[in-house]
Ligand binder design. Structure first.
Ligand SMILES: [Zn+2]
Length: 80
């Protein structure tokens, strides 16, 4: 199998994964109100300039953060 064909197939697979990922995100309605949070303590790391969590000191890296969905205020009237 030529190398170019292999790369084309890999490209299509990556494209399909990205498409599926964005579709799932769209279905869950998480396009707005996303917060990057510390995996350990849940501290919101938005706008944090230092390299570690101010709350617990965990180094900020892609593996140590989680993205959470914060519902928009207009949608959570019953919870207040
Ligand atoms: Zn933390």
């Amino acid at each position: 199998m030529p190398t170019s064909v292999v790369f084309n197939i890999l490209f299509l697979i990556v494209l399909a994964i990205l498409a599926a990922y964005s579709l799932i995100r769209g279905w869950r309605g998480c396009r707005t109100g996303e917060d990057k949070r510390c995996r350990k303590c849940g501290y919101i790391l938005y706008g944090i300039a230092c390299a570690q969590c101010p709350e617990c000191g965990l180094p900020i890296s892609p593996g140590n953060t989680v993205m959470t969905c914060t519902p928009r205020r207009s949608g959570v009237r019953s919870a207040e």
